[in-house]
Design a protein around this ligand. Structure first.
Ligand code: PLP
Length: 400
């Protein structure tokens, strides 16, 4: 009898975490490494949010809480959905977990039966397919192509839906491409879903507030009120509020789904950290001014990275609407040999040689389901980004 479960054998560890760890190890060993793998802002958590966490500790708010969130946080989340998205939810429709990751996982575990299909536009956040597999479902990827800014079309969605489709996971602005769907593009997708009432939508809005150049964020339940009863709108404080380590994510949706998610959480982790929940109340209710200044830095960095990568031989890099990632295409770099003698036939070999020969750590495109590309997280200092892009340019110039 095998000791490890068959389910576990179907999933792989997160490649983004693996790249971050590898870069950390090389750095600790004294190598000159620039990590562009981590999916988290380099900015510190704002002071007023930290202060709320400290206050929670001092006031003894350090005990178990309600399994899926304290009432104050659920109220703050309802106010956020009304304020930002025009969506009406009551606290009974809200679930809070240890990060957006746990929210998504709870929802999949709570709803998937063996063989249920989940449509995932590729390139996708690395965890979606593996979470679906862990929950017993079948991930079905549809490719958003470079010439369509990595976004899927209504026709592709229509073609992917079968009687077994349970969910579409929608993510805009996207990890790994930063691409954001306009209202018109999203409406074309929701029109398809309106014709298939058995399909639910899990909208991962984690990068909502990281939207640039006037891009207007939109979410499915807002664009198509007819989907409200079968949409789980997921969000969190990790990215926009620079709170990745605090581990708070949340979602709102139909009560029967929220209750099922609570059941999963009650028998696995119980409540998310009490201190972090009080800090998240302050994040949602307090001043958001820092988001504007953080976004100015992100836009400046994005523009520099896009310009420098497009100047690298063999690379094509679109300018995305949001998040803090770019997803350059490296078709022009394949079937060549690097200055260090490595054969580059795919994006994993490109990323490995780049790390070994220049010390720049990026995540290869195959991890996100669309090749040949790599993902750059530009949530790091301007100086480090400039140096990293110069090294990438030199690496590409050395390919022959
Ligand atoms: C698209 C997307 N969804 C969800 C998450 C999970 O965020 P959290 O840190 O809140 O678990 C991430 C984090 O990288 C992400 O990129």
């Amino acid at each position: 009898m095998p000791f490890l479960s068959e389910t576990l054998s179907r999933v792989k560890p997160s490649p983004t975490i693996a790249v971050t760890n590898k870069a950390r190890e090389l750095k600790a060993a004294g190598k000159d490494v620039i990590g562009l793998g981590a999916g988290e802002p380099d900015f510190d958590t704002p002071e007023h949010i930290k202060a709320a966490g400290i206050r929670a500790i001092e006031e003894g708010k350090t005990k178990y809480t309600a399994v899926d969130g304290i009432p104050e946080l659920k109220e703050a989340i309802c106010a956020k959905f009304k304020r930002d998205n025009g969506l009406d939810y009551v606290p009974a429709q809200v679930s809070v977990s240890g990060g957006g990751k746990q929210v998504l996982y709870n929802a999949l575990v709570a709803t998937l039966n063996p063989g249920d299909e989940v449509i995932i536009p590729a390139p996708y956040w690395v965890s979606y397919p593996d979470m679906v597999l862990l929950a017993g479902g079948v991930p079905v990827a549809i490719e958003g192509k470079l010439d369509h800014d990595f976004k899927i079309t209504a026709a592709q969605l229509e073609a992917a839906i079968t009687p077994k489709t349970k969910w579409l996971i929608f993510n805009s602005p996207s990890n790994p491409t930063g691409a954001g769907y306009s209202k018109t593009e999203l409406k074309a997708l929701t029109d398809v879903l309106m014709r298939h009432p058995h399909v639910w939508v899990m909208s991962d809005d984690m990068y909502e507030h990281l939207a640039f150049d006037g891009f207007e964020f939109c979410t499915p339940a807002e664009i198509e009120p007819g989907l409200y009863e079968r949409t789980l709108t997921v969000n969190g404080v990790s990215k926009a509020y620079c709170m990745t380590g605090w581990r708070i994510g949340y979602a709102a949706g139909p009560v029967k789904l929220i209750n099922a998610m609570r059941k999963v959480q009650s028998q696995s982790t119980s409540n998310p950290c009490s201190i972090s929940q009080y800090a998240a109340v302050e994040a949602l209710n307090g001043s958001h001014e820092f988001i504007t200044s953080n976004n100015e830095a992100f836009v400046r960095r994005r523009n520099m990275v896009v310009d420098m990568l497009n100047a690298a031989s063999g690379i094509t890099c679109p300018t995305p609407e949001g998040a803090f990632y770019v997803y350059p295409d490296i078709a022009g770099c394949l079937n060549k040999t690097s200055a260090g003698g490595a054969k580059i036939t795919n994006d994993e070999e490109f990323a490995t040689a780049l790390l070994e020969e220049t010390g720049v750590a990026v995540v290869f495109g195959a991890a996100f389901g669309l090749s040949p590309n790599f993902r750059v997280s530009y949530a790091t200092s301007d100086a480090a980004l400039k140096e990293a892009c110069t090294r990438i340019q030199n690496f590409c110039a050395g390919l022959s």
